[in-house]
Design a protein around this ligand. Sequence first.
Ligand SMILES: NC(=O)c1ccc[n+]([C@@H]2O[C@H](COP(=O)([O-])OP(=O)(O)OC[C@H]3O[C@@H](n4cnc5c(N)ncnc54)[C@H](OP(=O)(O)O)[C@@H]3O)[C@@H](O)[C@H]2O)c1
Length: 275
Amino acid sequence: MEVVSRDGFRVPRLGLGTYRMTGAGCQGAVESALGLGYRHIDTAQMYGNQDAVGAGLAASGVARAEVHLTSKCHHEIQTPDRIRAACAESLRLLRTDYLDLYLLHWPRPGSDLPAALETMMALRAAGMVRQIGLANGTVAHLRQAIDEVRAPIVCNQIEYHVLIDQTPVLSWMRGHGVVVVAHVPLAQGRLAEHAALAAIGRRYDADAAQVALAWLLDQPDVAVIPKAARPGSQVANLEAMRVRLDDFDRAAIAALPKTLRCVNPPFAPMWDAAG
Ligand SMILES: NC(=O)c1ccc[n+]([C@@H]2O[C@H](COP(=O)([O-])OP(=O)(O)OC[C@H]3O[C@@H](n4cnc5c(N)ncnc54)[C@H](OP(=O)(O)O)[C@@H]3O)[C@@H](O)[C@H]2O)c1
């Protein structure tokens, strides 16, 4: 499995997203993915599936040290005591004594971001988490975290796919060595049916979803975490790593409208704040 590597932080370029999977279905999907060679699993307190992810990891027989495990603390609990308790609970449910990456999920408007980050740094110093980062951090969040708090943020997980323009936050992250983990890389499945991507894929014997993933996988410092319950989709997404787009394809994808934001809950930040 190829890895994204930046300043000592290493993460497998393709991971399995687990949002909206719970129970036996989630356990089975995690087990299947690990059996196929996935070594990066993305979960969160908010998904209510950390127990199932932990069960899948245990049942897979794959050594914990071989797997990159990301979890995130819920946006409603971003005070120091509750972050510490949430992290301990994640470790218990996931049946592990450390997380590879712990993310502040949806930094909350009006919350004390420095206090939350100091707590995450203490979890890191205690060995409960190896690295820390943000999920859905804006440029304003990143500036505060890195320039003001001096938090060692290695990653920002953001919505990123062929139909959204993330230039401001990506430019900032690339300039500061922050790795991108692209969530909803298939625009929640919509891109599997995208005609222009399907047309590009015909040249490579690839389908539209594989082209959407190949476009992301081609970019330095980008890892992707498509969710795939079906083993067939898990295999197809692994095979997207063999698709190499050319400049002609990239130009066609650059010309697509970049106006689709799939994940925009009421507690989302001002996306272009200080962008
Ligand atoms: N940090 C955040 O705030 C945040 C927000 C959203 C998501 N995420 C993370 O990102 C992950 C991915 O996002 P997502 O699950 O919302 O959407 P997604 O990965 O863009 O799309 C998932 C959908 O695409 C389908 N699919 C997967 N591979 C396919 C293939 N090769 N061909 C055709 N269809 C395919 C899946 O179907 P099947 O499952 O039926 O196979 C599922 O319906 C989440 O699971 C979560 O881990 C993070």
